[in-house]
Design a protein around this ligand. Structure first.
Ligand SMILES: [Zn+2]
Ligand SMILES: [Zn+2]
Length: 183
């Protein structure tokens, strides 16, 4: 729940702006609620997830998948700090490369809330949205309103065939609201 002056903003993607890869990925995973959270990925080892995405398994990629599980909605720099604990020889560049490959392969999703670094997560293809704290930058998942894309229709469609709606809800998280109560 968002307290305070939360307002919904966001971008509505149209058919012409979607990369072909994204469309392929959409068709691969059904909106059947199977992958509703990263916890649901539990039975899958990182190596299996990577292999099933058509990528070669490397220590670096496996470590990045593990880091994404522990810290979803993290930046490449944050993930690098986690990966470096188990793979000290890893470079920030190799984490960037792994994340880029994951996004291309549909294994990871990249979100770009305004004014924040690019964030990555393993929860893909379920059309979920995000709540972002304007004070501390905390990010929470919000389930898709209707279970499939697009769950929102623009008030003016301009003739576009709308395929997805990516909504960012901005507000103040409970911890920050407790620290400095909203006026
Ligand atoms: Zn906060
Ligand atoms: Zn998310």
């Amino acid at each position: 729940m968002v307290r305070g002056h939360a307002d919904a903003g966001g971008r509505v993607g149209a058919a012409s702006t979607l990369p072909a890869r994204a469309l392929l990925n959409e068709s691969k995973v059904a909106y059947d609620g199977v992958m509703t959270s990263t916890a649901d990925l539990g039975p899958f080892e990182p190596a299996a997830l990577i292999r099933n995405s058509g990528l070669r398994v490397t220590d670096s990629r496996s470590a990045v998948v593990d880091a994404l599980r522990v810290k979803p909605h993290s930046s490449a720099e944050d993930l690098y700090r986690v990966v470096a604990l188990s793979l000290p020889q890893t470079s920030l560049q190799s984490v960037y490369n792994a994340l880029s490959d994951f996004v291309d392969a549909g294994l990871a999703r990249r979100i770009e809330p305004a004014g924040m670094p690019r964030l990555y997560e393993l929860r893909v293809s379920d059309n979920h949205h995000h709540l972002v704290c304007t004070r501390c930058g905390a990010v929470e998942d919000v389930d898709c309103a209707v279970g499939g894309a697009p769950c929102l229709e623009p008030s003016q469609g301009h003739g576009y065939v709308v395929q997805t709606a990516e909504v960012t809800f901005w507000g103040v998280c409970p911890a920050c609201a407790d620290d400095v109560p909203l006026a």
